[in-house]
Write a protein that binds this ligand. Structure first.
Ligand SMILES: [Zn+2]
Length: 137
């Protein structure tokens, strides 16, 4: 009768995440959320400064496109923020680290680089190839 701790040692490296690994990834995700929030605040305060100087600005068009850029960036950051929060939700529900396409575990190595990944590298590659193919026709 094997004891539980010896069984976890026998797990292949690509198996589902341990509680410690999930906690570690939670920290990485939280760091990214904090960074995004801080960047978002910076972008908003820059935007406000721009508006104050607008009366003096000769090139209004360029200041307009700059603001658009900041807003677009904010959009992307909002999207990433949602993905990060979703990742934490999946961690709480114990569904994290599982490929949503084939149900196989996503490797820790991949999750460390891309903690918002919802597909294993095989499914992701396949999806990208399909996408590329459908774009060609
Ligand atoms: Zn998969």
């Amino acid at each position: 009768m094997p004891v539980s701790h010896s069984r976890s040692i026998e797990l292949p490296p690509d198996e589902y995440l341990s509680k410690e690994e999930v906690l570690k990834l939670w920290g990485i995700v939280q760091d990214r959320i904090d960074t995004l929030m801080a960047n978002g605040r910076d972008a908003v305060s820059n935007l406000t400064e721009d508006r104050d100087q607008e009366a003096d600005a000769i090139d209004v068009a360029s200041s307009e496109s700059e603001r658009e850029f900041v807003l677009r960036l904010a959009d992307r950051e909002r999207l990433m923020l949602r993905k990060l929060k979703k990742a934490q939700e999946r961690m709480e529900e114990g569904e994290y680290g599982m490929c949503e396409s084939c149900g196989e575990p996503i490797t820790l190595k991949r999750l460390m680089v891309r903690p918002v990944a919802t597909q294993c590298i095989d499914c992701k590659t396949q999806a990208e190839q399909l996408e590329r193919r459908s774009r060609t026709f």
